[in-house]
Ligand binder design. Structure first.
Ligand SMILES: [Zn+2]
Length: 234
């Protein structure tokens, strides 16, 4: 896994895509040539490192960063066997069912965790090996997990259950669904309770370790969500 860097750019992003299985053919200047993630044509996907965009000369598909990553992430889902899912669940101490339907994948000894934006589209990616801290893929923004729930028409006025880390959020969301609890579950990136300090108007000392219920209209909450997304550089 490439190291996380403060500044992300096209090189970071294609390094992440290559890590996920994007197949490199050649490089000319700031352009890289890959096997297309949509049609499979070898060397026909041209990626512009400076602009962070790509285009396939074969199937005529235009790519932004997430359009490039999405099919690669979906493919890593095939490697997430029942044994691997159970190993992750055992490590965290939850039922394997907690992770069903979350779009998780497995690549090079670690778990790929997609983070969706408020429209339900792929917005970022995280990766972790059991026993290690969950990391962002280079070139991907920091985002809260579960933002798509804010747009759920069945839960327009539901309170927010704020969790520390994506995996805790998945466990809480699993329990919420099973018990019919009316709420939207959000997970802060990794165990990052310290981030709450930057949210004005909130007392972080009153935050329980795993989950807390908060008013969805609280100004500090939208500031916190925005503070992560403002890290988006691509
Ligand atoms: Zn193509």
């Amino acid at each position: 896994m490439p190291e996380k860097r403060e500044e992300s750019n096209g090189s970071d992003l294609v390094a992440s895509a290559e890590f996920l299985g994007l197949r490199f053919t050649k490089r000319i200047g700031s352009k890289r040539f890959y096997t297309c993630v949509e049609c499979g044509a070898r060397g026909r996907l041209h990626w512009d490192l400076a602009r962070n965009t790509g285009h396939c000369k074969e199937c005529d598909t235009a790519f932004g960063p997430m359009q490039l990553l999405k099919p690669l992430v979906d493919k890593t889902g095939q490697a997430l066997t029942a044994d691997r899912l159970k190993a992750l669940a055992d490590h965290i101490g939850v039922l394997p069912e907690v992770f069903e339907g979350r779009g998780l994948g497995f690549q090079r000894g670690g778990y790929v965790v997609p983070i969706l934006d408020q429209e339900g589209e792929l917005g970022s990616l995280r990766w972790c090996k059991p026993g290690c801290l969950i990391e962002y893929f280079p070139g991907c923004p920091r985002m809260m997990w579960g933002l798509e729930g804010l747009r759920d028409k069945d839960r327009p006025d539901a309170p927010i259950l704020l969790c520390d880390s994506e995996f805790n959020a998945m466990a809480v969301d699993f329990s919420r669904t099973k018990n019919g609890v009316h709420a939207v579950v959000l997970g802060m990136p990794g165990p990052s309770l310290g981030d709450l300090v930057i949210a004005s108007g909130y007392d972080p000392t009153s935050l329980p370790a795993v989950v807390t219920a908060v008013d969805r209209n609280a100004k500090w909450l939208s500031q916190l969500i925005d503070s992560y997304q403002s890290h988006r550089r691509n």
